[in-house]
Design a protein around this ligand. Structure first.
Ligand code: 5GP
Ligand code: MG
Length: 363
């Protein structure tokens, strides 16, 4: 059914233009770039999200792929905005290419030549006059390239993580921010009559803790603990490599961890904290890889369950890198396989040298 038929009686043109949207399919298209009016025979198909989408232009498919990569939700040409009527007939409408619901933003892409860009600019000005409450941006080729850098490709370069090393993005910056805000609200409600001490386990947690603490509306103090890294060269058991600044006896403590897998690390830390006799001790974990759990932990707050794969980003590292990625992603197994093979050959070479220097072959 076409919505425009329902709308027509309500319109008293040309003076009053209702801020109502109408379905894209129902409106005569007048804003198409001529070059894009006929879809190419091999139409680009969206890989996922809103089903299979036939894009009018390859740049749109490229943009959709970029949004998918960052797990930004999108809808393709969902809405036509009426712009101009003539004798009661709608003669001009504007259908932005994309709508990003999480950002409440329409995006019009144009990679066309300058004369068409000028026409597009005019159309957008008209659109803003008629529908001042609708946020719509025009992306030219140069804007688009900048956007790629701004949306995280720059960060990827900084950490020298080629895009091809990422298998998939699990949670986008927006998804993480939304969930952290929810956790903050939940914690604020649960501790409504108390102040609390947040204790983070270094280092990955600093990103999550900084965001979470700002989402909690109760008075709070912050402290950190670190667990000494396991190395190949010593077989010391697990130990804390720092101590707390604060005295937590009688305090309400919330232990914050970025990710928990087997539960071994957190279990060790919780035992130490219990010995310090806090008034209460709860656990908040952003990413929980439950499938791999060995020790049952009393986790009160969980951000996300994550599948059984090695993840990096939002504080989590691989060999100290990738912490500054703004999203959580799975690295391609080839990345470790490559490093693992290199490390193994290093170890083999070292052992070989040591064996010969130390004369182990005498035994
Ligand atoms: P657990 O003791 O629960 O097995 O794991 C504890 C530690 O292992 C975490 O604090 C974290 O540093 C590391 N870890 C576990 N899973 C992952 C992962 O998928 N990615 C990264 N970067 N670190 C992980
Ligand atoms: Mg950790």
């Amino acid at each position: 059914m076409s919505d425009i038929d329902d709308l027509r009686p309500a319109i008293s043109p040309p003076v009053a233009i209702p801020p109502t949207y109408v379905e894209a399919a129902a409106v005569a298209e007048t804003d198409r770039d001529p070059a894009a009016s006929a879809p190419p025979p091999d139409m680009e198909i969206s890989p996922r999200r809103f089903g299979r989408v036939a894009f009018a232009h390859p740049a749109e498919a490229e943009f959709a792929r970029l949004l998918d990569f960052y797990r930004v939700r999108w809808d393709y040409e969902p809405t036509s905005f009426p712009l101009r009527w003539d004798a009661g007939r709608l003669v001009e409408a504007f259908t932005p290419d994309f709508f990003l619901p999480e950002h409440d933003l329409y995006v019009e892409l144009t990679t066309m030549k300058q004369s068409l860009v000028t026409r597009k600019h005019r159309k957008l000005r008209h659109m803003r006059e008629v529908h001042p409450d609708i946020r719509v941006v025009l992306l030219t080729r140069r804007d688009y390239d900048e956007l790629l850098a701004g949306m995280g490709y720059g960060a990827v370069n900084i950490t020298s993580l080629p895009e091809s090393d990422i298998e998939r993005v699990l949670f986008s910056p927006v998804e993480i921010a939304d969930r952290v805000a929810e956790l903050g609200a939940e914690i604020s409600a649960d501790y409504a009559d108390r102040s609390l001490v947040l204790i983070g386990l270094l280092k990955g947690v600093t990103f999550f803790l900084a965001d979470l603490a700002r989402a909690v509306t109760r008075p709070l103090a912050i402290d950190f603990l670190a667990v000494a890294a396991r190395t190949d060269t010593n077989d010391e058991p697990v130990r804390l490599s720092t101590s707390l600044d604060l005295d937590i006896r009688g305090q309400h403590v919330l232990m914050i961890e970025d990710i928990t897998t087997t539960g071994l690390t957190l279990d060790f830390v919780l035992r130490r904290l219990r010995a310090l006799e806090p008034a209460s001790l709860e656990v908040c974990v952003l990413f929980d890889k439950r499938e791999r759990r060995l020790i049952d932990l009393p986790v009160r707050y969980t951000g996300f369950s994550v599948p059984n794969a090695f993840v990096v980003g939002y504080g989590l590292d691989y060999r100290q890198l990738y912490r500054n990625l703004p999203f959580l992603c799975v690295l391609k197994p080839e990345v470790y396989a490559r490093d693992h093979a290199a490390a193994l050959s290093e170890i083999n070479r070292a052992d070989y040298t040591r064996a010969h220097q130390g004369g182990l072959d005498c035994e």
